[in-house]
Design a protein around this ligand. Sequence first.
Ligand SMILES: NC(=O)c1ccc[n+]([C@@H]2O[C@H](COP(=O)([O-])OP(=O)(O)OC[C@H]3O[C@@H](n4cnc5c(N)ncnc54)[C@H](O)[C@@H]3O)[C@@H](O)[C@H]2O)c1
Length: 245
Amino acid sequence: MELGGKTAIITGAANGLGKATAIKLAGAGARVALVDIDRESLCQVKESILLAGGEAREFVVDITQKPDIKAAVAEILSTFGAIDILVNNAGIGWQHQAPFKDIMDDSWEKILDLNIKGTLYFTHAVLGHLAERRYGKIVNIASIAAKVGIANLAAYSASKGAMVSFTKALAMEMGPYNVNVNCISPGLVSNDAVPPPSNGTYLGRKGTTEEMASLIVFIASDEASYITGANYLIDGGRTLGPKGI
Ligand SMILES: NC(=O)c1ccc[n+]([C@@H]2O[C@H](COP(=O)([O-])OP(=O)(O)OC[C@H]3O[C@@H](n4cnc5c(N)ncnc54)[C@H](O)[C@@H]3O)[C@@H](O)[C@H]2O)c1
């Protein structure tokens, strides 16, 4: 995938899927704006991209704070001149596992604030620019929780379901502006280089962050120019039916 001359913003770029995506987008030639609250890890990601000959800059932003996002988008535009790709990746949930009847309000509110409000805020902040240029790719990172729900992750499941619906509605609105809006729904992903065996997938292992990043880079490229409003399951078959009867 050739992304030379494109600028991509990745939220939650300091770790996990966001980090792998930033590295892969930069490897495909994109200039990457790395957004996260974790300054130290963000700088490490930036350094590794620069070392590999890529172009990257870090933006330490809490994406639940609307004014900070607006300021960051303005800074990204003055740094790189344009925005072509937005990957709404930053998200939490697994850290707050509990039956919904027992979960504390501030815990599920945090999940919705980041996963939903953060995604909507950031998207809203770049849409005018994308519409004006008649070009853009938005990739939202949902979860298999949006398709099947996950027990003890009710708020997380709700947030990811909302993300899929948001993707579809926005794709309808932004099609006339040549802005593609898509979504991926990963199953369990390993952050280790070697994924541990099985967790109920038909492929007998967890996915890797690099496997997620490959799909994201494809969707963000012009190779996927006729795809919009889609939600790609990438889960090793985890949400397929039972293994026999
Ligand atoms: N890892 C999985 O198994 C899995 C499965 C399905 C979906 N997902 C989704 O993929 C995305 C990335 O997951 P991950 O496992 O790589 O997570 P991660 O915890 O490894 O990384 C998330 C990043 O988001 C950043 N972040 C947290 N709050 C922030 C805020 N307020 N503002 C800006 N940045 C913030 C964190 O600092 C961190 O760098 C999430 O949306 C998650 O829901 C992950």
